[in-house]
Write a protein that binds this ligand. Structure first.
Ligand code: ATP
Ligand code: MG
Length: 460
């Protein structure tokens, strides 16, 4: 059985160590969030990491010692995981990925090493005393993110704090205090020294926060885009035609803010909104009528999205799906043509709702209004899903083995081509699912044409 939080607090007191609740938990409590919405327990203590581990093990707790090099011991309590960190007295090596950790001797020294004043508040776990040496409570009231101490030094010694800051802009809805913002801007060149995993994790938190538009704008304002998302750096100032209220960047952040999500879809859809117009700056050209044109931007954008998601290590599946959504965001099937609607749905591999959400959000910052069309398309897709699910799953009535026997041919790329054709005919409602006889007639007819193609490909 995991020990309770109270048992842990009592054990530290008995051993003669100070134990303070610090960081996000105290901040969120002072912001008036209900306990279930507050962050995990982060404790600061006078005990050294070895001693933290000993105390926790004596209570029978499961311990995660991975962070001990940096002074942090993870402890599994009845209430959940908690992190106990020995008072910091860090000295950072600027430009290095990992700080050299030295331990401090008091909670005030520890708080002075923290990223923002609103996070530099601690509450004693036994006496309840509140330590707030940098005016963090006032900053919570004013909704301001301010670095404690000299802001330039703070960001230079750990540039991750810059990204944590813009992430908090989105998560907390706070603004960055001007001097702190200037200091962030002065250190953006150091961002590429951070590990990609940490950078990606902060961008993800920014995107899934409550105010992604403000977070992204802050990222742009401090000049961070070229250093962490260079593929997006051409968007600000990229003017569009008269149907748009904003440049590509303004339109992009408005789309991210407008896209409808639930907790399960938030990350994917916000990434899709962020990336959907990636291809616009590189393809922009003047059309005959003198307007800006963005011909094929969805195709170029999909290629860029694939490279970007790989560089950010978002995961193969998520990367492929994002590229697909970018590639298809201009699709506009006629809702009254069942065949076109089914082809549209099939191309989206089960993600037509995500694409529809993207199209609606994309439209939210246009000067014209396409609600009616999106409602009709959604109704058409719902109808197909309810009534024609079998067509949507359309498969070729003949498999590869059957085709080889039928046409008496060796395996090769021709099989995929014929199967693709047959399954499309089923999808279009022109061939009954499972009608092997008719499928064989079509396959025989196609056989000759495909063999010409295949032969010319196989013998260059
Ligand atoms: P969350 O609600 O996301 O957990 P948090 O503020 O608790 O937000 P953590 O990453 O859990 O963030 O960090 C806990 C505390 O440790 C922070 O509130 C902050 O005081 C401090 N901290 C974390 N990372 C840094 C950093 N890079 N530099 C300085 N202080 C940091
Ligand atoms: Mg936390």
């Amino acid at each position: 059985m995991a020990p309770t939080r109270d048992a842990l607090i009592a054990a530290f007191a008995e051993a003669g160590h100070e134990l303070w609740l610090a960081g996000g938990r105290v901040r969120d409590e002072l912001r008036g969030l209900p306990p279930e919405a507050q962050g995990d327990d982060d404790f600061a203590t006078s005990a050294l990491p070895d001693e933290c581990e000993r105390i926790a093990r004596r209570l029978g707790a499961t311990v995660n010692a991975i962070g001990q090099r940096f002074g942090t011991t993870g402890v599994h309590l009845a209430e959940g995981w908690a992190e106990i960190t020995t008072f910091r007295g860090d000295s950072y090596t600027p430009g290095s990925r990992w700080p050299d950790v030295t331990f401090g001797s008091s909670i005030d020294e520890d708080l002075a090493r923290r990223d923002f004043t609103v996070n530099a508040i601690a509450r004693h776990t036994v006496t309840g005393e509140l330590r707030d040496p940098f005016g963090g409570r006032d900053d919570i009231e004013r909704r301001l993110l301010r670095a404690p101490g000299d802001p330039r030094t703070r960001f230079a010694e750990d540039p991750l704090r810059i990204l944590r800051g813009v992430r908090f802009v989105s998560q907390l809805g706070f603004e960055v205090e001007p001097e702190t913002k200037a200091a962030m801007a002065a250190s953006v060149e150091l961002l590429p020294t951070l590990s990609q995993e940490r950078v990606t994790a902060e961008i993800e938190r920014l995107l899934t926060g409550g105010g992604p538009e403000a977070g992204l704008e802050a990222l742009h304002e401090i000049g961070a885009l070229p250093h962490i998302l260079p593929e997006l750096a051409g968007m600000p100032g990229c003017e569009q035609n008269r149907f748009h209220q904003f440049d590509v960047w303004g339109h992009t952040t408005a789309t991210v803010a407008a896209i409808e999500t639930d907790p399960a879809s938030r990350s994917l859809r916000r990434w899709a909104a962020l990336l959907h117009d990636l291809g616009k700056p590189p393809v922009r050209h003047i059309k005959k009528n003198g307007e800006w044109g963005f011909y094929r931007h969805e195709i170029v954008g999909a290629e860029m999205a694939e490279a970007l998601t790989e560089r950010l290590r978002l995961g193969k599946r998520e990367g492929a799906l994002l590229a697909l959504l970018v590639r298809r965001h201009m699709d506009r099937p006629d809702p009254d043509d069942g065949r076109l609607v089914r082809r549209f749905m099939r191309r989206l591999e089960g993600h037509w709702r995500d694409l529809l959400a993207l199209k609606r959000a994309d439209n939210a910052s246009h000067t014209y209004d396409d609600h009616e069309y999106h409602d009709r398309l959604e109704a058409a897709c719902e109808r197909v899903e309810a009534e024609e699910a079998a067509l949507l799953r359309a498969e070729s009535p003949l498999d590869g083995r059957e085709l080889m026997a039928l046409l008496d041919r060796e395996p090769g790329p021709w099989i995929a081509r014929i199967k693709e054709r047959l399954s499309t005919l089923v999808l279009d409602g022109e061939l009954a699912p499972g009608d092997k006889e008719e499928a064989a007639r079509i396959a025989r007819r196609m056989g000759g044409a495909v063999s010409l193609l295949a032969d010319s490909e196989e013998r260059p």
